[in-house]
Design a protein around this ligand. Structure first.
Ligand code: CAA
Length: 244
């Protein structure tokens, strides 16, 4: 069934693929962006590829900004059935060198954001008897990563949220799941120094980075009507880099 889907941070590498695959399934797709101006080129580029998306300015780290975005989406598009909490950032540095600013900005953007955004949509999903909340975490929330105490903590925290909320809304037809991608060929991973990245790839059993479309396929399945029995799960998609 065609639904309304909101993807936060939908203009990044994984986000763009998620928007496209959800649209390919017939869903109406809305995304958020945090840097004014970025949307113009992205929307035009997507239009050229045959996709018509709507984009809303929103700082996911800021509760009031999310509230205003949610009100606009409701008024201009309709009630959101599928929420993909995808927006996230890194500020990699060893804990010894990490300042409070690097800690705070990652925790606010990657963890507080799931409260800030989800809060405005989940009641309506429960009232309507259908909803899908998909939180995009990371392999590094599962295994930890040298240089990412902030990011690993935020991404691990996400799954605690998933498990708790999943229990609260299960009877209302709303599922809540975490997806934990490994290293995917995106700008975020390409920002890691070449020799460090090559070392990471050498440790991935399938011997390559993942593709954004592979994450998007999984998310599209979890968003669908056939995934109603999957809730509170943390689905790993990492080329075998971390098995548990
Ligand atoms: N385990 C143990 N020791 C390590 C190590 C590791 N994995 N990596 C480095 N070290 C050691 C180094 O050998 C070095 O030791 P010496 O001082 O004895 O020489 C010491 O730790 C310092 O290492 P660096 O020189 O690398 O430190 P740096 O300050 O230059 O760089 C860093 C730190 C920026 C965090 C860098 O290590 C790095 O980029 N690491 C990779 C971080 C990473 O994987 N980020 C993922 C980004 S993508 C993403 O997050 C998406 C997703 O969800 C997967």
């Amino acid at each position: 069934m065609a639904r309304i889907a909101l993807v936060t941070g939908g203009m990044g590498g994984i986000g763009t693929a998620i928007c496209q695959k959800l649209a390919d399934c017939g869903h109406t797709v809305v995304t958020t962006y945090s840097r004014p101006g970025k949307e113009v080129e992205w929307l035009a580029d997507q239009k050229e590829k045959g996709y018509t998306f709507r984009a809303y300015l929103c700082d996911v780290a800021d509760f009031e900004s999310c509230k205003a975005m949610a009100a606009k989406v409701l008024a201009e598009v309709g009630a959101v059935d599928v929420l993909v909490n995808n927006a996230g950032i890194t500020k990699d540095t060893t804990f010894r060198k990490m300042g409070k600013v690097d800690w705070d900005v990652v925790l606010r953007t990657d963890l507080d954001s799931i409260f800030n955004v989800t809060k405005h949509f989940v009641d309506s999903m429960a009232d309507r008897g259908f909803g899908r909340v998909i939180n995009v975490s990371s392999i590094n929330g599962q295994k930890g990563q040298f240089g990412q105490t902030n990011y690993s903590a935020a991404k691990a925290g996400m799954h605690g949220f998933t498990k708790a909320l999943a229990q609260e809304v299960a009877r209302k037809g709303v599922t809540v799941n975490t997806v934990s991608p490994g290293y995917i060929a995106t700008e975020m991973v390409m920002a890691v120094k070449e020799e460090i990245r090559q070392g990471i790839i050498a440790g991935i059993p399938v011997n390559r980075l993942g593709q954004p479309g592979e994450i998007a396929d999984l998310i599209t399945f979890l968003a669908g009507d056939n995934a109603g029995f999957i809730t509170g799960a943390n689905v790993a998609i990492n080329g075998g880099q971390h098995m548990f």
